[in-house]
Write a protein that binds this ligand. Structure first.
Ligand SMILES: [Zn+2]
Length: 217
């Protein structure tokens, strides 16, 4: 598998005509319903934030985003303009139609109590994590999704380069304030988000910041 080229593409959609404009505070979770054909923009408001996202088919929650299908089909490990996000059933879920950041991670996963403990220190276990964000929002949403549905996610704006030795490194972001990625929904979706609260690695520059979501018909 090779690295995907960075493909910068700007959008001509006007935020004033969006049907949804939501700013998510640093470290917080979010669940959004998206209709097939709608276009979603995720904005890295202050730069260097990691936005951890899992997509589900809203008509069949058992069908979810699949990193394996997505990487195999595009023959590359990063997401950028033109990338199609596939489900575990092999169906296209979303297509990236614009991207001013140019690279999004598919391998780093979501931070969790367990990874905080193993990667950093025993006393970091109970710090706020993406996995706990996911679980708390699903628990309140009552949409038939739970712990078993937490699959490997996309990390928008996060930079996890693979070294020549095949190792993953959490590097400082390639993103910057105001950079965005825009996706067209190819099916009705749930988007489960954790605006990563991590304080122990440079995925969000040790300083979690807000993310903004816009949606167009
Ligand atoms: Zn995280």
């Amino acid at each position: 598998m090779t690295a995907t080229a960075i493909r910068i593409q700007e959008s001509n959609l006007n935020p004033a005509t969006a049907v949804l404009d939501h700013t998510l505070s640093a470290g917080e979770p979010y669940l959004l319903e998206i209709q097939q054909g709608q276009t979603l923009r995720i904005i890295d408001v202050a730069g260097n934030q990691a936005v951890d996202v899992i997509f589900y088919n809203r008509n069949d929650g058992a069908e979810h985003y699949s990193a394996t299908q997505t990487l195999l089909r595009q023959g590359g490990i990063y997401l950028t303009t033109g990338s199609v996000l596939y489900s575990d059933d092999g169906n296209p879920m979303l297509t990236i139609v614009a991207d001013t950041c140019g690279r999004h991670d598919t391998l780093g996963g979501a931070c969790a109590a367990e990874s905080n403990m193993v990667r950093y220190a025993l006393q970091k276990k109970f710090m706020h994590s993406c996995r706990d964000n996911y679980l708390s929002v699903l628990q309140h949403a009552d949409i038939g999704l739970g712990k078993r549905d937490l699959v490997p996610n996309v990390n928008f704006f996060m930079n996890v380069p693979v070294t020549a030795d095949g190792e993953l490194t959490f590097a400082d972001g390639v993103s910057a304030p105001g950079k965005y990625v825009e996706l067209r929904a190819e099916m009705d979706l749930w988007m489960l988000v954790s605006n990563c609260p991590q304080l122990n690695n440079p995925c969000n520059a040790y300083n979690p910041t807000p993310a903004r979501f816009l949606l167009w018909e």
